[in-house]
Design a protein around this ligand. Structure first.
Ligand SMILES: NC(=O)c1ccc[n+]([C@@H]2O[C@H](COP(=O)([O-])OP(=O)(O)OC[C@H]3O[C@@H](n4cnc5c(N)ncnc54)[C@H](OP(=O)(O)O)[C@@H]3O)[C@@H](O)[C@H]2O)c1
Length: 307
């Protein structure tokens, strides 16, 4: 058999040969043939039993804002389960500590009290993340507030300023603080922003105009950052949930009848759970989504498909 390449070299690049394998074949004249059979078999097994990784998030470091709330907690828990170290940001330390005690993984979770509307507190949180874990691979901009449903003409500055400051400017602040760290390390990064389907469409009898504007801003911000920072292999994506069972929405679920009407309006006949969102967030954070950027993923039980 003629080979125009060095079979030993090729076998090394596929899988190491067993110890003394070549020595046994020395001078037999069948070395090349056996080597090619061996290579064929190892290649075959490599292809057929390639291990399936669920998500490639192990060893990464993430910052999750609003980590003490419904979606933030579920995201923290899922990231930690995937082997990611999580810096949990929120204003109330008590909420963060409660999540840590429930997740029971204090080694990989760092609670940091910070208000995303305050630049100094955001910078301090980033500093704490770096000094604890030395890097930041992932930022999940999840902290958000929702006002009481109010017709727009009745809204006051006191109602809309917190929405704009938290949902929009808070997202700007954390992103601005993290980008230079990701760029400097030259190893890419992943940012996931949490918007809402109210950032895509207005819903009759659901007067959340300014909230919707902040979430629409988050969507456009996602696309802009994706385009501007793709050259550094920094990805930026967005998850737009519909109604999720969480503290922010609890007041609207008190009336059993209204809740039933709401649930039956979804093609999947239920509102979402925080875990429905955290799975999508973790996917977008992970290397499994390494060619996805600037995308808006609606996670909504199918509701936008029918509106
Ligand atoms: N639930 C839904 O139906 C739904 C639907 C669409 C989109 N979303 C979006 O999903 C995200 C998470 O919402 P959620 O349902 O999980 O609500 P949540 O349970 O109320 O959690 C929001 C978290 O954000 C934190 N937060 C608020 N303002 C902050 C600030 N200035 N600085 C730092 N942290 C702040 C809060 O913690 P502290 O009070 O301790 O700071 C809270 O834990 C939000 O962006 C929300 O707009 C939710």
């Amino acid at each position: 058999m003629q080979f125009d390449y060095d079979v030993t070299e090729i076998s090394v690049s596929t899988r190491p040969l067993p110890k003394n394998f070549e020595k046994h074949l020395e001078g037999t004249g069948i070395k090349a043939r056996l080597l090619s059979i061996y290579m064929f078999i190892t290649e075959y097994f490599k292809k057929s039993i390639r291990p399936l990784r669920v998500m490639s998030l192990k060893g990464k470091v993430a910052i999750v804002t609003g980590a003490g709330g419904g979606v933030g907690r579920a995201t923290t828990e899922r990231l930690a389960a995937e082997g990611t170290k999580v810096v949990m940001v929120g204003r109330e330390r008590k909420k963060l500590m409660k999540v840590i005690s429930e997740v029971n993984d204090s080694k990989n979770l760092l609670p940091v009290s910070a208000d995303v509307t305050k630049e100094a507190e955001v910078l301090n949180a980033i500093e704490q993340a770096i000094s604890a874990f030395d890097r930041i691979d992932i930022l999940v901009n999840n902290a958000g507030v929702l006002n009481e449903a109010t017709p727009f003409h009745l809204m006051t500055d006191d109602q809309w300023l917190p929405l704009i400051n938290t949902n929009l400017i808070g997202t700007f602040r954390t992103t601005k603080a993290v980008l230079p760290i990701m760029m400097e390390r030259n190893d890419g990064g992943s940012i996931v922003n949490i918007s809402s389907i109210l950032g895509i469409r207005a819903i009759p009898k659901v007067p959340f105009s300014v909230y919707g504007v902040t979430k629409a801003g988050v969507i456009m911000f996602t696309k802009s950052i994706a385009v501007e920072y793709g050259q550094y292999n920094i990805r930026c994506n967005c998850v737009a949930p519909s109604t999720i069972r969480s503290p922010i929405i609890e007041p609207y679920l008190q009336d059993e009848n209204a809740k039933m009407v709401l649930e039956s309006s979804f093609p999947l006949r239920r509102i979402g759970d925080p875990e429905d969102i955290s799975g999508a967030v973790c996917y977008l954070c992970s290397d499994d989504a390494k060619w996805i950027t600037g995308t808006i993923l609606t996670v909504d039980g199918g509701i936008t498909a029918k509106q």
